[in-house]
Design a protein around this ligand. Sequence first.
Ligand SMILES: [Zn+2]
Length: 138
Amino acid sequence: MSKGLDKHKHRSESLSYFGKDLVRRSGSHCELCNASGTKLSIFEVPPVPKEPDFEHCIFICDTCKEQIEKPKTLTLDHWRCLNTSAWSTVPAVQVMSVLMIDQLINSVKENEWLQDLKEQLYLTEEIQEWVTSAQSAK
Ligand SMILES: [Zn+2]
């Protein structure tokens, strides 16, 4: 029991080392919806690696985080931001965006714009593989 807790603590400590670099990369804006002046926290894009990996981390606001973690709270309007974030040059941001596009297409109506966006997107093989492994890890 306490071992699990230690493990969790250890992980958040290791992740916190990435904070400074994430602040720099994101310019203190949510890497998904571009919100600024709000609390940003580290989110690990699935499949979560055994050891914390900077390349798997994105820096996002509470609104994005909550909607990712509780898919029932998804609001389509908030995710208009995918129109921009899906083109991110940061692999983890792009992968998370594509995952959200797929999730929204499956769960909300009036998602034509999302389907259009998905068709326009060009994903490298590497990104496509990451998306596939994240989806099959669920
Ligand atoms: Zn956000």
